[in-house]
Design a protein. Structure first.
Length: 256
């Protein structure tokens, strides 16, 4: 992933304008003949002057890899690219999709959970290597795996102001500086009270803002929503729950 990190470093800091990719995901990463990673598909990319900050735009990106705050505010910036990069890091290292059911809970009908939340929980319990792709059968460099497993959650920190810039990410992945120390639990930023939906999913309907945020994270089709759907904030699990007629899905906390 150093190749993609280096590409983002060039796009964000080293070209004459800052390029915000807005759609970093595995299917937009290609390998050349010598297995060097290349970042492609700039169809959603936007140019932003250095130092300008956020770029307000229409919602764009891929569900599961989009920064939650970007989905709420419509503002894409380098921090939202770093979020997507963090999700890709974890997906590759863990061999799991962004939205998943923990393997030991799969047969118990447990709720789905975001990959970043799952990895952060293992980090807090001192079991970070348990998140590694089981197909590796433990055959990996512990130092490299630890850096990836810590940098991934760091990149997807719910508070944008705490996320690293891509230069910091590359430095840690290269082993030039040690990984950061993260909180034991994934932080919660500005939780909101329960909402009962009053209509169909729509960006133009402010009453559905919370549900839109949540559904994007858990890949819930809009047609599955109905007036009896309820979005609740669970303070014990620090997550939102979308309660439908037959099931409940867990996602990340809302970020203001």
């Amino acid at each position: 992933m150093l190749g993609i990190g280096s590409a983002l470093l060039y796009l964000h800091e080293e070209w004459e304008q800052c390029v915000v990719h807005r759609d970093i995901k595995p299917s937009n990463i290609m390998l050349d003949a010598t297995f060097n990673a290349k970042l492609g598909d700039f169809g959603l990319a936007r140019l932003v002057d250095h130092g300008r900050g956020s770029h307000t735009t229409v919602l764009a990106g891929t569900i599961g890899y989009m920064d939650p705050e970007c989905m709420i505010t419509g503002k894409a910036n380098t921090e939202s690219d770093v979020y997507s990069f963090g999700i890709v890091l974890l997906e590759i290292a863990c061999g799991r999709p962004p939205i998943m059911v923990p393997q030991h809970q799969a047969e118990q009908g447990q709720d789905m959970i975001h990959l970043a939340q799952w990895v952060w929980d293992l980090y807090g319990n001192g079991r970070i290597f348990d998140a590694a792709d089981h197909r590796l059968d433990g055959e990996f460099d512990d130092g490299e795996m630890e850096r990836v497993m810590v940098v991934g959650p760091w990149c997807v920190h719910p508070d944008r102001s705490v996320r690293p810039v891509i230069r910091q990410v590359v430095s840690v992945l290269r082993g030039e500086v040690p990984p950061p120390s993260l909180p034991v639990r994934m932080p919660v930023v500005a939780p909101v009270p329960s909402w009962r939906l009053a209509g169909k999913l729509s960006l133009k309907n402010p009453n559905c803002e919370i549900c839109f945020f949540a559904c994007c994270l858990v890949s819930v089709p809009s047609q599955d929503l109905n007036p009896r759907s309820i979005v609740e904030f669970n303070s014990e699990s620090n997550s939102f729950q979308i309660k439908f007629l037959r099931k409940s899905l867990v996602c990340l906390p809302r970020v203001r």
